[in-house]
Design a protein around this ligand. Structure first.
Ligand code: PBG
Length: 329
């Protein structure tokens, strides 16, 4: 008998769109997306040079963009404030101003779109004159416990304004438990915590720091964000965030850390989010703008890859665009 007669033929499961649909193991759709949006306190939209297609939005534009996203099937946004220098201090006091830009934005969003899930980032970098996520001591160390108490006030101000989900991105030790306790003491037992559990000290945050003018004014973030070489350490962070009461966990960045997403997925029963960060966005955009990649195909492939690695939800600047592409089919 000819050897080809006995051959297994996996290609039969790829022979037509219909058969491929039946054989497909992973899906991606707008229900899997969280849409990060940048805001500012002025008027209009401001372009971000290293993130073509993303703007800093005034609050009116924010309400419009979030409404458009909802119509496109994307029901969750996370907001990041760009503040002028005069709001930035070494103590990051503006971070918990109840009349600050983020609380105002939350109230506008929840009034206009009650069904939208509003997520807020908790960390000091947009408010810090040092450009760090925590409070810096006179000798240049990032002070953990002092920072955590400010983060608790920040989280509380977001909950009071109506945030659905608080998302600490600072990587201080013990902040998830402290924020949970603060929220519960004030009656915000229904406000969720999406913890940046495995957040790496990554070069891929560059465009985001351009967007917020939030780059560290000295040094780097390696004493609090994780070493990109590590995966076991991510599981240790998972155990701690779970024990401290996190509702959902995040891995960040996504594309260069797909193995970490998989390891976290297998280690926890909680929902896992992955953040396709600004640098991943910028790379895809730059290649597409040069005509070097087919943007639609490359973006959708990057998103299915993150889902296949084990992410339940993906934070991506492509959320709205990808939702539209997927609807067009
Ligand atoms: C701030 C924060 C950062 C990002 C999300 N929250 C930047 C940083 O840690 O320096 C990066 C997101 C992106 O690059 O898209 N704590």
């Amino acid at each position: 008998m000819d050897v080809l007669d006995m051959l297994e033929r996996p290609r039969r499961n790829r022979k037509s769109p219909w058969v491929r649909n039946m054989a497909r193991e992973t899906s991606v759709g707008p229900e899997h997306f969280i849409y990060p949006l940048f805001i500012h306190g002025g008027s209009g939209r401001q372009a971000i040079a290293s993130m073509p297609g993303c703007d800093r939005l005034c609050l009116d534009a924010l309400v419009d963009e979030a409404g458009g996203a909802l119509e496109d099937g994307v029901g969750a946004v996370v907001i990041f404030p760009a503040l002028p220098d005069e709001f930035k201090t070494s103590g990051g006091e503006e971070s918990y101003n109840p009349e600050g830009l983020v609380p105002q934005a939350i109230r506008r969003l929840k009034t206009a779109h009650p069904d939208l899930t509003v997520i807020t980032d908790v960390a000091l970098d947009p408010y810090s004159s040092d450009g760090h996520d925590g409070i810096v001591s006179s000798d240049g160390r990032i002070l953990n416990d002092e920072t955590v108490s400010v983060l608790c006030q920040q989280a509380l101000s977001h909950a009071q304004a109506g945030a659905d989900v608080i998302s600490p991105s600072d990587m201080m030790d013990g902040r998830v438990g402290a924020i949970r306790e603060t929220l519960d003491e004030d009656g915000f037992t229904d406000v969720s915590i999406l913890a940046y559990t495995a957040k790496y000290a990554s070069a891929y945050y560059g465009p985001f720091r351009d967007a917020l003018d939030s780059a560290p004014r000295f040094g780097d973030k390696k004493t609090y964000q994780m070493d990109p070489a590590n995966v076991r350490e991510a599981l240790r962070e998972v155990d701690l965030d779970e024990a401290e009461g996190a509702d959902m966990l995040m891995v960040k960045p996504a594309g260069p850390f797909l193995d970490v997403i998989r390891a976290v997925r297998e280690h926890t029963a909680l929902p896992v989010a992955a953040y396709q960060v600004s640098g991943e966005y910028a790379m895809l955009k730059a290649a597409a703008q040069n005509g070097w990649l087919d943007e639609r195909a490359a973006v959708l492939e990057s998103l299915i890859g993150i889902r296949r690695a084990g992410a339940d939800v993906v934070l991506t600047y492509f959320a709205r665009q990808a939702a539209r592409w997927l609807r067009e089919g």
